[in-house]
Every structure is written in C-alpha cells, then in structure tokens.
Design a protein around this ligand. Structure first.
Ligand code: PRP
Length: 213
C-alpha cells in the first residue's frame, strides 16, 4: 500500500511536527536534510509534503494529502471541509486586535479601518460585536498599516508580543487562542481508518513533550 501522505506547514510548525514524528519513532532524516525537495519519505509508511499553510488545507481538502498540520488561524480563515482531529499543543499564539498605544479604539462613532492578513476572522470578530468596519487585506508585517496611517488597528497573530511592542502598538482585545491542529481528509478517514487512527493516537500520546508546551 502507498504511504500515508501528510502535509506540513513549512517553517515554525514544521520543526515542531518533525520533532513529534521523531519521538513517535519515524526516521525524519530526509526532512531535516531536504535541500529544496518538497516531498520526502519518512520511513516506508509515511510521506511528508512541505507547503504554505493555506496550501496544506487545499491539498487535504482535495485528498491529494491524507492529513495535514496547520495552524488554527489558517483553519479559521479558510474553512473546514475536513476533519480537525487533534490539537497538537505547539505553535501556540493568539489572534488579537491591536492599535497604536494610547489610542482609544472603542470610543467615538467614526467608522474604523482594520488591516489584517485574516479578513474572514476580522469580519467575524467585528460582526460578533455588531460593529461595521472597513477591512483591508495585507500580506505580511501587518503592524506597518497603522504606523503608515492606512488603518486604525490590526487583527493579527501575537506570539511573544515583541513586534507590537517594538512598533508602538498594544493589544486592545484578545480574539482567541491558536495552536497547531492535525487535519484529515474526509475520504482518507474512511479508506485508511486504521493507519490514520493509530497515527492520531501516537501523536496524542507524544505531543506533551514539545518545547513550547
Ligand atoms: C507573525 C505575526 C506578527 C508576528 C508576531 O508574523 O503576523 O507579525 O509574527 O510575533 P511576536 O508577537 O512574537 O512578535 P510572521 O513572522 O509570521 O511574518 P509576517 O508578518 O511577514 O507574516
């Protein structure tokens, strides 16, 4: 039978996921020494694919990858036509609404402009407050937008808080916590139930020991 294929989000989550697979007993040498290769064998039962977060979801939704590891932030932004089976406990951070220090975000009646990489998350947050805002999509370093005068505030990921602090911004309100999740394609869950359930169980057992837990 062909190996199970798991898509990992490149970068920070990749490292923690590889460490987890290592602890379970998979030989992740090929991932560590990957060079520019993007599909990597991990033992003979598992194949790792490295992709950007939103693409992990696309590959799992389309069934070309059986499973994926992706942040809850990306899941919240891009939808959920797959099973979210496990909170892996690493990649912990939070969504927050942040604004220039000392600005009183909630006061006054003028319409607010929000910059964010996550327009769906920002829209849902403000809808839950019954507040109509203008949302501008930014691709990275969202903290720049209020500094340049493009927006009144941002909705973004905060991990250590350093980026906010060093740019004169502060949290107005926390939106929700985020961490890495294991997701599974709906058909794979049926067709390869035993293999997938056993990998989920192994990951659940071993996930406790990651550095950021
Ligand atoms: C994320 C996020 C913040 C920063 C928060 O950006 O968008 O900018 O990390 O981390 P901190 O609270 O520890 O400072 P990322 O590094 O992913 O880069 P990007 O802004 O270019 O997307």
């Amino acid at each position: 039978m062909k190996p199970l294929r798991i898509a990992l989000t490149k970068g920070r989550l990749e490292k923690d996921t590889v460490a987890l697979l290592d602890r379970i007993g998979y030989d992740c040498e090929a991932v560590r020494n990957k060079g520019r290769r993007l599909i990597l064998p991990v033992g003979d039962r598992l194949e790792v694919v490295l992709a950007k977060a939103a693409d992990v979801i696309t590959y799992v939704e389309h069934g070309v990858c059986d499973m994926g590891v992706v942040g809850k932030d990306t899941i919240m932004e891009h939808g959920t036509s797959f099973y979210e089976v496990l909170d892996l406990g690493f990649g912990r951070c939070r969504f927050a609404l942040a604004a220039p220090k000392g600005s009183d975000f909630w006061s006054g009646y003028s319409s607010r402009t929000i910059a964010t990489k996550y327009p769906a998350v920002a829209r849902a947050f403000f809808e839950s407050r019954g507040m109509d805002v203008d949302i501008i999509k930014i691709e990275g370093s969202v903290e720049l937008a209020p500094l340049l005068g493009l927006s009144d505030a941002i909705v973004d990921i905060v991990e250590t808080g350093t980026t906010l602090r060093e740019n004169g911004l502060e949290i107005v309100e926390e939106v929700c916590p985020i961490s890495a999740r294991l997701i599974v394609n709906v058909a794979s869950m049926k067709l390869r139930k035993n293999e997938i359930e056993s990998l989920i169980a192994q990951m659940e057992r071993e996930k406790g020991g990651t550095a950021r837990d």
